[in-house]
Design a protein around this ligand. Structure first.
Ligand SMILES: NC(=O)c1ccc[n+]([C@@H]2O[C@H](COP(=O)([O-])OP(=O)(O)OC[C@H]3O[C@@H](n4cnc5c(N)ncnc54)[C@H](O)[C@@H]3O)[C@@H](O)[C@H]2O)c1
Length: 354
């Protein structure tokens, strides 16, 4: 039985408490939050769970094996490092931290202490994303040409981070996972319409190896909630709609072929293929429950989590570089994934935005 302490009982923390309580081989012993009201609410739902305003009590407790961090992103590194130092396994909500250097410190500490560090990139535990990965790997879609993602709705405006830090980690995590690679460079444009200097809308343009392009649109300022990913391959194309309950993935047997032989420009012809649309059946388990079970299993087996500290670091490097680009009016920023500490280089000397 893995005994869990949860830090942060705001919007997302209660989902983690529910899942770790429902699993057969884990239980939540205590939770911490700065807000008394949130603690009182947790106590009303789970009378057996201890509550405290001081997360240090959870870290010091001998009755707790693992700490789950669901606080605002700028606080992750401090809480996670203290917990790892005390010998706890740690599950940190996304993004792992707000700098590559902080992620590296967490990874090094987990290694030193021989403890599991996992980041809550929930989408890696969805049946849909795993189906897409499988379709790409098997060659069913052909060569991947480009990917387009849209993650927009009205709010929730975050206090300590912009929309790129809030929403884009999901898309970058999905892209890195399904393409089994990480981007070489990013250029980002965005704007702060509601609050000064906190971008609420952004467009990220990513370049992956093999001329694969990806475009990520994130916004807190959109009338409709859209969670859509389009993957265009040389053989087939697919659309993943995370909002749809029954038809999350539609695979289109559509494509364009350049006819191989022509002598003059006038003879240049394209052949368009409009084939069937296939909707695969997908398992409908709650992704967060699958993620929590995976964390518990990793603490028992010592196996590296699918959303490991390294995966979290690679996502944060992209988000860090995208913010660097935003600050330099969309300049292309190289992402060096072999760097010991991530130091994105800006290839255009545009002045920093006010
Ligand atoms: N995986 C997902 O799909 C998903 C979805 C939503 C949020 N998240 C992530 O979950 C984390 C929390 O987001 P949220 O929307 O719940 O934020 P929130 O602001 O609603 O809740 C954060 C809570 O942490 C508490 N807190 C802050 N500092 C603390 C401290 N030092 N000690 C104890 N408690 C402290 C706050 O009082 C608040 O109740 C973020 O990292 C966010 O990115 C993940």
């Amino acid at each position: 039985m893995l005994r869990v302490g949860v830090v942060g009982c705001g919007y997302w923390g209660p989902n983690l408490i529910r899942n770790f309580n429902q699993l057969r081989d884990s239980e939540v012993i205590a939770c911490a939050d700065l807000a008394e009201g949130r603690l009182a609410h947790m106590k009303s739902l789970y009378p057996q769970v201890k509550t405290t305003r001081d997360y240090g009590e959870l870290i010091a407790s001998r009755d707790i094996d693992a700490i789950v961090v669901a606080t605002p992103p700028t606080t992750h590194v401090q809480i996670a490092l203290r917990a790892l130092d005390a010998g706890k396994h740690v599950f940190v909500e996304k993004p792992l931290a707000t700098s590559g250097a902080d992620c590296e410190a967490m990874i090094a500490k987990a290694k030193e202490k021989g403890r599991v560090l996992m980041v809550g990139h929930t989408f890696l535990y969805t049946a849909a994303v795993n189906k897409i990965k499988e379709l790409i790997k098997s060659g069913e879609l052909g060569d991947i040409l480009y990917v387009n993602t849209t993650r927009v709705n009205l709010g929730i405006f975050q206090e300590d981070i912009n929309v790129v830090w809030d929403l884009a980690p999901h898309d970058v995590s999905i892209l890195n996972y399904i393409l089994d690679n990480h981007p070489q460079e990013v250029a980002a444009h965005g704007h702060s319409y509601i609050r000064q200097n906190v971008e609420d809308i952004a467009y990220l343009h990513l370049k992956y190896p093999g001329s694969i392009m990806a475009h990520v649109h994130v916004s807190w300022l959109n009338p409709n909630k859209i969670r859509e990913t389009t993957v265009v391959g040389s053989k087939k194309m697919l659309v993943y709609d995370d909002i749809s309950s029954l038809e999350k993935i539609r695979i289109y047997d559509k494509g364009v072929t350049v006819l191989p032989h022509y002598d003059t420009f006038g003879e240049f012809q394209l052949s368009y293929r409009f084939g069937d649309i296939f909707i695969p059946r997908l398992d409908d388990s709650e992704p967060l429950k699958v993620a929590c079970q995976h964390f518990v299993d990793c603490t028992k087996t010592g196996v590296e989590p699918r959303s490991s500290g390294q995966h979290g670091l690679e996502v944060v490097r992209v988000i860090e570089a995208a913010n660097n680009s935003l600050a330099h009016s969309g300049a292309v920023v190289a992402i060096d994934n072999n760097a010991q500490t991530s130091a994105p280089r800006v290839s255009s000397p545009s002045p920093k935005r006010k």
